[in-house]
Ligand binder design. Structure first.
Ligand code: GLC
Length: 753
C-alpha cells in the first residue's frame, strides 16, 4: 500500500471513527485531538521547551483563534447537551487546524466530580483536610496520581481541584476541601497533590487565589488584610504549592481583596503570582468570577470561565481598539499553550478507559487510615479488644460515611445510601448531603466476628441509651455536613447530636465518639467519654479504614492540621461575618438555569467587608498569641503506642538542620509525626511560634531512630513590606521539637546573624 493510499485509508478510517465518535462527546474530543496531533507542526518537536512551542503556535494563530483559548464555552448544567463537552465544569474548544486539543476541565478536590451526570464511577478519596492530617507528602502525591489517573480515564486533561485557602475561618463551608491553617503544611501537601496530578499529563491547578476564606457572600465579600499578613500566610501557601508543583493553572477567586476583585487584582496576579512567585502558567477565573475585560487583562487574568462575557467579543474589540495590545493578548495565549505543552496535552493526549476501581479502593482506604486522628483514649478503651458486646449508635453508621458537597462532590456509586437531604445556602437547589456506601457497622462486624454488635439509629435516644447500657462499649457517630455555598453558623454540632452523646455516655461511661466532620467541632461531652476519633469525610472505604483503626490493625498516626477550639467565642471572629441578602447572587430556582446563569451569578453585587485584623495570627498562632487554651491543638494526635524525644542538636546557621532521637517506648509498632517549630526573635514581631518542619517516623516497639530535619532559611524569614522582600531577623531563635504545637519537650536556642 503506497503512502498516499495509506494516508487516504487512515483518513478514511479516521472519518469513520469521527462519525461513530460524534455520538458521544468524549470520544469526539479525544479523537479530534488525536487526529490533529497526527499531523506534524513546527511545534510538534517535544524536545523544544513549552515556551518555544507555545510561541511557534501563536505565530500561526488568527485573532479569533487566540481568543478561543481565553474563555470557556459556558457551563452546561446537568445531562450533557453539548457534544464538545466531556461533561466537566468547563472546557476550551480544540483548534484542529493547528492541532490544538480541547482543554476539558473537571472539579476534582477529593475525586473526579459530576460522575452521576455522566454515568461514571470515580473514587472518593478522604476529603482534603482529612488527608492533610496524614502530614504525608509522599501519600499526597499518591492522592494526586489517583485523581490525575481517573481524570485521564474519564477523558479530562485538566483538574479544577487544589484548594489551599488557609483556615482563617474554620466555619468556612469549604474547610473540608482545603488543607488546614498552616501555610507550610498546606502549601507543601497541596503542592504534592498537584505533582501527582500532573504526573498523569493533566494540567494541575491551585485555588482559590486568594483570601477566599468564607462562603457567605463569597462573590461580594471584600477581604481587608494587610500585605505582610497576606504574604506570610494565605499567599505563602500558594507560593509553596506552586514552587513544589509548577502547577499549570491558578484559579483566582470570587471575592475582593483590599477593594479589588481577585480576578482583576494586579497586586495579586502580577506583582505577587507572576512576579514574585514567577508563575509561568495561566490564571483562570472562578466560575463567574470575571468582572471586566481591559482591567482584568491588564491585571493578569488569562482566561475567563465558564463563559465569554468579558473575554469573547469584548476582548476582540478591546484588541482591535488598541486598548489591549497584541503583546498582552499573546501573553495570555502563551500561558495557556505553555501549560498545555508542559502537562503533555499535545504529546500525550488521554485515552478513555474505566477507572481501576479496586486500586482506587485500596488507595482510598490507605489514605483514610493515615488521616484519622485519635483525640482521646482513656483507660485504653481503644483499640477494641476482648469486648463481647458493642453498641454502635447514630451517624448512619449502618450504611455509610459522610462526604463533602458542592463542586467538589464525588457522586457515590449507586447513589447516596442515605436518602438525599436538602442542600443549604445559595446552591441549596443543586446540592444535597451525600453519603459514601461503606458501612462502619458492616466493617466492624467483619473485623470482630466473635463480637455481638448492635445498631441503633440514634434518633430514639432512649433506645440508644438502652443499647449502650447492655454493651461493654458504645460507639456513637456524630457528623457535621459541609459544602460549597454556605458556612457553618457555629462549630457546635447539632444539639440533638450532643444530646445523644451525653445520653449514651451517661448510660455507659465506656463510650467512644467517632466524628465525621469537615471542620473542627466543639465537644461539650469530651470529659464524659473515654475515646474520641476524628474520621473526617473518610471516602469510599472510610468504613473499613475506621474498623482497622478501632480494632488496632492499624495504628492511628494522623495529627490535626487545624486547631479544635473550645468554642466559637475563642475564634478571632466569634461571630461569622454574614452578608446582607443583597450580597448573595439570586440563583434560579431548581431546574434549568438560564443560559447566562453564570453571568448573573457573580456580577454587580454590593461589597460587604470582612477585616482579617488578626493578621499573621492564623490558627494556632492566634491561640498561642492570645494564650487561649484549646480543646485539641494543631499537630495533636494520639497513637496506640508512645514515643520519647531526646538529644536535640541544632546545627548550621541560616541553613539549619534539626537533629534528635525518637524512640517508640510502647508495646506496639506505630508512626509518629515529629514536629519542629521556631520562635523568632521578638524584633521580628511574629506570633509565638511557627511550624518549620516535620517528619513521619515509623518505629517498632523499643526502636529508636536518629532524625534529621532540614530547616531552610526561607522558613525562618519574615516579609518586609517596605523592601518587598523576605528578611532574616538577626537574633536568638528557639527551635522546639515534639509531638504537637503544645507538646514540645526539646528546645535549643540558635543565634542567627
Ligand atoms: C465553583 C467553585 C470552584 C469550581 C468552579 C467550577 O463555583 O468555586 O471551586 O472549580 O465553580 O465548578
Amino acid at each position: 500500500m503506497n503512502m498516499s493510499m495509506k494516508s487516504n485509508r487512515r483518513r478514511g478510517l479516521l472519518v469513520l471513527g469521527l462519525a461513530a465518535a460524534m455520538c458521544s462527546g468524549t470520544l469526539a474530543v479525544a479523537q479530534v485531538a488525536k487526529a490533529a496531533s497526527g499531523k506534524q507542526f513546527p511545534w510538534s518537536d517535544a524536545s523544544l521547551s513549552p515556551d518555544v512551542r507555545a510561541d511557534r503556535v501563536i505565530q500561526e494563530m488568527t485573532l479569533d483563534e487566540k481568543i478561543l483559548l481565553l474563555h470557556g464555552q459556558g457551563m452546561p448544567m446537568g445531562a450533557q447537551t453539548d457534544t464538545r463537552s466531556n461533561g466537566g465544569a468547563g472546557y476550551t474548544v480544540a483548534i484542529p487546524r493547528l492541532g490544538i486539543p480541547s482543554i476539558q476541565m473537571a472539579d476534582s478536590a477529593y475525586g473526579v466530580t459530576r460522575g452521576a451526570a455522566m454515568g461514571r464511577y470515580s473514587t472518593a478519596l478522604p476529603n482534603n483536610l482529612g488527608a492533610a492530617s496524614s502530614w504525608d507528602t509522599a501519600m499526597m502525591q499518591t492522592y494526586g496520581e489517583l485523581i490525575g489517573t481517573e481524570l485521564r480515564d474519564e477523558g479530562y486533561n485538566m483538574t479544577l481541584g487544589g484548594g489551599v485557602n488557609l483556615a482563617r475561618e474554620p466555619r468556612d463551608g469549604r474547610t473540608f476541601e482545603y488543607m488546614g491553617e498552616d501555610p507550610l503544611l498546606a502549601g507543601t501537601l497541596d503542592g504534592n497533590v498537584e505533582v501527582g496530578v500532573q504526573s498523569q499529563h493533566i494540567i494541575g491547578d491551585v485555588k482559590h487565589y486568594a483570601i477566599n476564606d468564607q462562603e457567605s457572600g463569597r462573590m461580594a465579600v471584600n477581604a481587608n488584610i494587610d500585605q505582610r499578613a497576606m504574604r506570610e500566610t494565605d499567599l505563602r501557601a500558594f507560593g509553596i504549592a506552586l514552587q513544589i508543583s509548577h502547577a499549570g493553572a491558578v484559579m483566582c477567586s470570587y471575592n475582593r481583596v483590599n477593594g479589588v476583585y481577585a480576578c482583576q487584582n494586579s497586586y495579586l496576579l502580577s506583582d505577587v503570582l507572576k512576579g514574585a512567585f514567577g508563575f509561568k502558567g495561566f490564571v483562570l477565573s472562578d466560575w463567574g468570577g470575571t468582572h471586566s475585560t481591559v482591567q482584568a487583562s491588564h491585571a493578569g487574568l488569562d482566561q475567563e470561565q465558564p463563559g465569554d462575557y468579558f473575554y469573547g467579543d469584548a476582548l476582540k474589540k478591546a484588541v482591535e481598539d488598541g486598548q489591549i495590545s497584541q503583546a498582552e493578548l499573546n501573553e495570555h495565549v502563551h500561558r495557556v499553550l505553555r501549560s498545555m505543552f508542559a502537562a503533555g496535552l499535545f504529546d500525550d493526549p488521554g485515552k478513555t478507559q474505566v477507572p481501576n476501581v479496586e486500586s482506587g479502593y485500596a488507595t482510598a482506604r490507605q489514605i483514610a487510615e493515615e488521616s484519622m486522628v485519635l483525640l482521646k483514649n482513656e483507660s485504653h478503651i481503644l483499640p477494641l479488644a476482648g469486648v463481647h458486646r458493642i453498641a454502635v449508635i447514630g451517624g448512619h453508621a449502618d450504611v455509610g460515611v459522610l462526604s463533602g458537597g458542592g463542586s467538589a462532590q464525588v457522586d457515590p456509586p449507586g447513589g447516596s445510601p442515605v436518602p438525599q437531604k436538602p442542600g443549604k445556602g445559595i446552591f441549596a437547589a443543586f446540592i444535597h448531603q451525600a453519603w459514601m456506601p461503606d458501612s462502619p457497622l458492616r466493617a466492624l462486624r467483619e473485623a470482630l466476628p466473635g463480637t455481638e454488635i448492635s445498631f441503633s439509629a440514634g434518633d430514639d435516644v432512649a433506645a440508644a441509651e438502652s443499647a449502650a447500657s447492655k454493651a461493654d462499649v458504645a460507639i456513637v457517630f456524630v457528623y457535621q455536613w459541609e459544602a460549597e455555598g454556605f458556612d457553618l453558623p457555629t462549630l457546635d454540632l447539632a444539639p440533638e447530636q450532643n444530646k445523644l452523646v451525653e445520653g449514651v455516655a451517661a448510660a455507659n461511661p465506656r463510650t467512644i465518639v467517632v466524628l465525621e466532620t469537615g471542620s473542627p467541632a466543639t465537644m461539650p461531652w469530651a470529659e464524659k467519654v473515654q475515646g474520641i476519633v476524628e474520621a473526617w469525610y473518610p471516602g469510599i472505604r472510610g468504613g473499613e479504614a475506621l474498623a482497622e483503626i478501632l480494632t488496632g490493625k492499624v495504628d492511628p498516626s494522623g495529627k490535626l492540621a487545624i486547631t479544635f477550639p473550645r468554642s466559637d467565642a475563642d475564634l478571632p471572629h466569634p461571630r461569622l461575618v454574614t452578608p446582607p441578602a443583597s450580597s448573595e447572587p439570586q440563583l434560579p430556582p431548581k431546574g434549568k438555569p438560564p443560559v447566562d446563569f453564570m453571568k448573573v451569578l457573580g456580577q454587580g453585587l454590593p461589597a460587604f467587608q470582612t477585616y482579617y485584623d488578626e493578621g499573621l495570627k492564623v490558627g494556632y498562632k492566634w491561640y498561642d498569641a492570645e494564650q487561649k487554651p484549646v480543646l485539641f491543638p494543631f499537630g495533636f494526635g494520639l497513637s496506640y503506642t508512645t514515643f520519647a524525644y531526646s538529644d536535640l542538636r541544632v546545627t548550621g546557621g541560616t541553613a539549619t538542620t534539626v537533629n534528635f532521637r525518637l524512640k517508640n517506648t510502647g508495646e506496639q509498632a506505630g508512626t509518629e509525626i515529629a514536629e519542629v517549630y521556631a520562635e523568632l526573635p521578638a524584633a521580628a514581631q511574629e506570633p509565638p511560634k511557627r511550624l518549620v518542619g516535620w517528619a513521619r517516623v515509623a518505629l517498632q516497639p523499643g526502636e529508636t531512630k536518629q532524625i534529621s530535619i532540614p530547616v531552610d532559611r526561607d522558613r525562618l524569614t519574615i516579609f518586609d513590606v517596605a523592601h518587598k522582600d523576605w528578611e532574616l531577623t538577626p537574633g536568638s531563635y528557639s527551635i522546639l521539637v515534639g509531638s504537637s504545637s503544645r507538646d514540645l519537650p526539646l528546645t535549643q536556642t540558635l543565634t542567627l546573624p
